[in-house]
Design a protein around this ligand. Structure first.
Ligand code: AMP
Length: 435
């Protein structure tokens, strides 16, 4: 890791640290349902408080686009109401805006942080407005202010210069610890530094840890190195497949994306999810693996059903067939028992494992066995560095109670996928290099 971290700044006392965090936590009815991202941010915040900095925290929460866009899509029910004259499109849009403001406020995060940090956190009800200015001015050494949701301003995602200047006015030193948004080039994640508005820009402990574990494992893996990719579509992970194939010894494919590979190999895949435009790409990858002497594993058996479950967790009748022989009217929705064993054995024999994407429609209990088997194999891979790249697979490991048996569960699904692609993340590239 060649970027400066909070540890490389010698004197924090009395300095205002603007810390970009990722507090985009799942919430239901104003209650935080998963605190992982808050917990992940604590080491940096505590360190800065102990060093006597004035800590100004900022984050986004969700996508409150309705607030500054009138392009709110009316659903069927709304349209019917408008047609009947019961309401107007304008009234529905106004309500959507109010709901977003209420639903996507960071106030519950501020409350939780205040509990975790001994009552030292205040909440600004705006981002760069009068309340934020007053609270930042009143912030004492060793205290924190959390600003309201950055994305309540369209300027955040559009990298607006004036908005960046207002944020920069709150800070002497900029700290990025939001790994989950490090692949985004927004005002608070990169532009504020790229415009030259802050002189010192460093990363926090969370980004340091994510980079050290993931980038090091990709660049200098202890072998055998097994990479597992799942999820819906091949198209979403083209560069990831290609880059991982170069780095790993065995690439395991599962989930919806497996059926495009199986069809490319001449298999009958019935009504399974297939990306016909990517058949040639899959053939290229199969050839690339062969040419490079890499192992590319595809499911040997598949759990099938008549149709995709609707709703997604509805009871479903399934059977198992060889994965290249799916009947014309059936759909593959999870890896079968033989594949689970094959994949688990490979994982258990590895010294480095990285995983992104579920093996099947894991949201349905009947179709979750493949994803559970892979999570279990990672947990059982003794002496191996095991890395789960955020998103659904991270949630699966946490829910199954395997989190403490896995070396690293990333807090950023999109960001870790871009690392797996070999890309440089803008939120990290802009930070000061170590001297
Ligand atoms: P991704 O966002 O690309 O990681 O994909 C995750 C989604 O892929 C989950 O919602 C799964 O339900 C879905 N998925 C996994 N396996 C299949 C499959 N065989 N057919 C359709 N969708 C799948």
């Amino acid at each position: 890791m060649n970027k400066m971290t909070v540890r490389d700044v010698k004197d924090w006392k009395g300095k205002r640290a603007l810390v970009r965090c990722d507090f985009n936590v799942p919430m239901k009815d104003g209650v935080i349902t998963d605190e992982n991202r808050i917990m992940g941010a604590l080491p940096t915040i505590k360190y800065l408080m102990e060093q006597g900095a004035k800590v100004i925290l900022c984050s986004h929460m969700g996508k409150p686009h309705s607030i500054f866009s009138d392009e709110v899509k009316l659903n069927k029910k709304d349209k019917a109401k408008v047609e009947k004259g019961e309401t107007t499109a304008e009234a529905i849009i106004e309500k959507a805006k109010k709901d977003d403001l209420k639903k996507l406020t960071l106030a519950p995060v501020a409350k939780r942080l205040n509990e975790l940090l001994g009552g030292k956190v205040t909440f600004a009800t705006d981002v760069v407005g009068p309340d934020a200015q007053a609270k930042v001015a009143a912030c004492k050494e060793g205290e924190c202010v959390l600003l309201e949701n950055l994305r309540f301003h369209w300027e955040e995602e559009k990298r607006d210069l004036e908005f960046c200047k207002k944020l920069a006015a709150f800070c002497d030193i900029y700290v990025n610890d939001a790994f989950g948004t490090a692949h985004r080039s927004h005002a608070s994640t990169a532009a504020i530094v790229e415009y030259g508005l802050v002189r010192t820009a460093v990363c926090g402990f969370l980004i340091e840890k994510e980079l050290t574990v993931m980038a090091d494992s990709l660049e200098h893996p202890v072998r055998p190195f097994v990479a597992i990719l799942g999820g819906a579509k091949v198209a979403d992970k083209l560069n990831v497949i290609s880059n991982l194939l170069e780095k790993c010894d065995t690439l395991i494919i599962g989930g919806g994306m497996a059926y495009t590979f199986l069809k490319a190999k001449g298999g009958s895949v019935g009504t399974s999810l297939v990306d016909d435009e990517k058949i040639d790409y899959c053939l290229d990858m199969i050839k690339k693996a062969k040419d490079m002497g890499k192992e590319l594993l595809l499911p040997v058996d598949t759990v099938i059903a008549k149709a995709f479950p609707d709703p997604i967790d509805a009871p479903i009748e399934t059977s198992v067939v060889p994965s290249m022989q799916i009947p014309a009217d059936m759909m593959g929705l999870d890896i079968g028992p033989e594949t689970r064993k094959l994949y688990a054995d490979k994982i258990k024999g590895a010294k480095t494992v990285i995983w992104n994407g579920p093996m099947g429609v894991f949201e349905n209990p009947t179709l979750a066995a493949g994803t559970i088997a892979v999570a279990q194999a990672l947990a059982d891979a003794k002496g191996a560095t095991t890395i789960v790249g955020g998103g659904d697979s991270a949630a699966a490991c946490t829910q199954l109670g395997f989190a403490d048996k896995i070396t690293h569960i990333s807090t950023g699904g999109g960001a870790s996928l871009e690392l797996f692609e070999g890309k440089t993340l803008p939120g990290i590239a802009c930070l000061n290099d170590k001297k």
